[in-house]
Design a protein around this ligand. Sequence first.
Ligand code: BT5
Length: 286
Amino acid sequence: MDEKKLERALAGLPLGPIRYFDQIGSTNDEAARWAANEAPDLSLVVADEQTAGRGRMQRRWFTPAGSALAFSLILRPGPSLIPEYTSLLHLAAAAGLAVRDGILITGRSLAGSPLSAAVEIKWPNDVLINRRKTAGVLAEAHWQGDRLLAIVLGIGINVSPASVPPAGDLVYPATCVETALGIEVDRTALLRSVLESFIQWRLHLGKPSLLQAWEERLAFRGENVKVLDGVRPESTVLHEGTLLGLGPDGSLLLKDAFGKILTLNTGEIRLRPAETLPELPGREVE
Ligand code: BT5
């Protein structure tokens, strides 16, 4: 990827200015600095490689050079982002839906085939293909006193096999778009599709249509799941039950073995299927 190619691929989209880096610590940190200096709505930071990419709770996000998409959008409060009606959870969901669309558009010949069902959103913020993590979203709010200054929406997508961390480094199995689609993918074209789709999903923030689309694509619906403590490394199982769907605010609804409905809305939990995933044929990590 280079700056010229990126600009060509994104030409005509209603974005703010774009900053491109061959290498950066974290695009979310750069976007936060820029947001404090008057970056307009939908300004975009893109990096080919991140040396300090972050997940939630300061977990590490792996972005080696030449293999992934790592970018952050700056969202300003306004008609498309009314702070009272928008939660970080909903924004992460809109981003997840956009990543899913981008992947399906990229593999257009395969969409409508079983692949469409294979691209799911694992609550709250992961995009899975064939039940393996392919993308993650990190939405962070920045305040000036009690005024919302901006939300930085960071998205990382594994595109080619080199972007997939070694299995031993992961707490959840991972894959990449190229492995799942079985085709070579142009990263800047995928980025364009994701951004185009996000701009559309943003119009659904605060509306039941976002919640409905999110719930329809939710991984493990109707299946047994374990809910783990996401903070402690030994990952204590907090609950186990059937995943029912989403509450009106985007919280997760679970039915436990006693038939009791649990509402989970803390971001600090991890979701796992009750059954472990079978091994994939062949190697996933090159
Ligand atoms: C996330 O966190 O999934 C959010 C990731 C957001 C990354 C983007 S990239 C652009 C922007 N700039 C940043 O600095 N961040 C954002 P979480 O749910 O906490 O998952 C983190 C966990 O995923 C780690 O602890 C690893 O186990 C695993 N992981 C790390 N890198 C991965 C990768 N490339 N693919 C799959 N899993 C990964």
